[in-house]
Design a protein around this ligand. Structure first.
Ligand code: NOJ
Ligand code: CA
Length: 535
């Protein structure tokens, strides 16, 4: 790999912006497109990320805060208009930032005109754009499939006497990706945004798009404890063998890739799929690297936080990645508990070092660069529909407003009340307060991002785990031509000493100690929970 064959997205650090909570410019308490445009200098210069993934800003009844789209080709007035979108793209591109928009292919809103037509009569042209089925003879739903957000995945429609399928809320009917007219219409919707010069898509919930054509019942799950991901409540009572993940999805990915390749690019597809077996995950790059540019890899969110656990995750992915495939790593997003709350202070700082030094393109979540915590959301403040159905699963805590300054409402809004409460420590953890503090999270992230930009080894070099470390230390090397970078992470709460007989260099970054610039020769002392980058 060299600078000339390395594509922009393989060097990119992607920053996820949950638009409702990034920056409000018109005082209604909700973030908007102009708010992102206003913060481009922060993103490109102060912080130094390369691409922005913006969560849905399309017209929507907001049953699932924008993941229920009622018009794929417009902007919800809450967030601005198409002119505001064009301004964002222009300003971002001028600053060298790429724009990745969220695209929601599995379902529309029930208010989308396609669904209004589809549910109006059995004979209508777009009836088959959604999944309509007769009841069983006793009137019950056609099979046992469940909605991720609770209850049956089938909703009875009195008017036409059939059930329709919804893998998420009943306000989010699933589209029928076996209908070629629907597919063409969705590809045209992608072209609409590509024509407006977006650099790619984050494709929502893609594994749900193709189901078992025979629509067989899911088997029950006898082995709940063995599940790696967080309990989704009743949904985990089944093994999801038939309601998602049918291999026909590969054909759809190839068609989507072909749409992207109609444009000068590369324009990329970053797919949301929750697969924790690396061998299964890498299948979605495509046999000829002609499907997703990057299937999202959520492994770091679920892995046991030990040196052996994290090393195994990385080594197994490295071993499974086929030639030409490029990894992605996620450490936070709008569906999961924030890193700083899950891991605590020291561990989330070492997690930042890990995320920004592995081989692959990392995805950062807004606010994680400040060590933002989960906000306390009282039962009457819950806004997430999933939280309303199952309060312990609410995602509101990780979706609260970005803290920009110690002034009123953290500089997020001029409204008295933002749409969700601020995280309780916003007065200390905000951009302005952390900017000049060399020990802050933000300063750590800035150093990491600067080093990554300057270092071909970190951006595109090889990866190799070293057996140098004592137990509970993960040490790895990144190499490009003659440049060698070592990363050493101590997962234990005791200091550790590592034998690095063949290494002479200096400390470029420490996760939490003032020892940068110090020389290293032969052996290395690591503080408790410390992570170091050596150059
Ligand atoms: C995944 C998104 O990340 C999540 O926020 C949303 O609720 C579901 N897909 C349904 O679109
Ligand atoms: Ca606003």
């Amino acid at each position: 790999m060299s600078e000339s064959t390395h594509e922009w997205w393989q060097s990119a650090v992607v920053y996820e912006i949950y638009i409702r909570s990034f920056k409000d410019t018109n005082g209604d308490g909700v973030g908007d497109l102009d708010g992102i445009t206003e913060k481009i200098d922060y993103l490109s210069e102060t912080l130094g990320v390369d691409a922005l993934w913006v969560t849905p800003f399309y017209p929507s009844p907001m049953a699932d805060f924008g993941y229920d789209v009622s018009d794929y080709r417009a902007v919800h007035p809450l967030f601005g208009d198409l002119a505001a979108f064009d301004r964002l793209v222009a300003r971002a591109h001028e600053a060298g930032l790429r724009i990745i928009v969220d695209f929601v292919p599995n379902h529309t809103s029930y208010k989308h005109p396609w669904f209004t037509e589809s549910r109006s009569a059995r004979e209508t042209a777009r009836r088959d754009w959604y999944v309509w089925r007769d009841p069983r003879p006793d009137g019950s739903p056609p099979n046992n499939w469940l909605s991720v957000f609770g209850g049956s995945a089938w909703e009875w429609d009195e008017n036409t006497g059939q059930y329709y399928l919804h893998s998420f809320l009943k306000e989010q009917p699933d589209l029928n990706w076996r209908n070629s007219a629907l597919k063409s219409a969705m590809y045209d919707n992608m072209r609409f945004w590509l024509d407006r010069d977006v650099d790619g898509f984050r494709l929502d919930a893609v594994m749900f798009m193709m189901k078992d054509p025979e629509e067989r019942d899911n088997p029950s799950n006898e082995d709940q404890a063995a599940l790696m991901h967080k309990s989704l409540g009743a949904y985990d009572a089944q093994l999801h063998h038939h309601d998602q993940g049918h291999p026909d999805i590969h054909g759809v990915f190839r068609e989507m890739r072909a749409v992207l390749e109609e444009y000068n690019g590369p324009r990329i597809a970053l797919g949301e799929l929750h697969i924790y077996d690396p061998v299964r995950l890498v299948a979605f790059y495509g046999e000829r690297m002609d499907e997703l540019h990057m299937p999202a890899n959520f492994g770091l969110l679920k892995v046991p936080w030990t040196a052996a656990g994290v090393r195994a995750l990385v080594d197994n992915l490295e071993a499974a990645l086929p030639d030409g495939a490029w990894a992605n790593y996620v450490m936070g997003n709008h569906d999961d508990q924030r890193m700083a709350s899950k891991r605590g202070e020291e561990e989330s700082r070492q997690a930042a070092v890990l995320l920004l030094t592995l081989r692959g393109s990392p995805t950062l979540y807004y606010g994680d660069e400040l060590g933002m915590r989960e906000a306390e959301v009282t039962p009457n403040q819950i806004r997430d529909p999933w939280g309303i159905a199952e309060p312990h699963l609410t995602r509101d805590g990780c979706r609260t407003p970005m803290a920009w300054s110690p002034s009123q409402s953290a500089g997020f809004t001029s409204a008295d009340e933002p749409w969700l409460p601020l995280s309780s420590d916003w007065a200390d953890r905000n951009v302005a307060s952390q900017l000049d503090d060399p020990d802050s999270y933000l300063s750590l992230y800035r150093r990491l991002l600067t080093l990554r930009k300057q270092s071909p080894a970190l951006r595109m070099g090889t990866y190799r785990a070293l057996d140098a470390g004592p137990e509970q230390c993960f040490v790895y090397e990144r190499m490009h031509e003659t440049e060698r970078v070592l990363v050493a992470i101590n997962f234990s709460s005791e200091p550790r000493s590592i034998d690095l007989a063949d290494f002479h260099g200096r400390i470029a970054v420490s996760s939490d100690r003032p020892r940068e610039g110090g020389t290293v020769a032969g052996s290395l002392a690591l503080g408790a929970h410390e992570a170091l980058i050596l150059v």
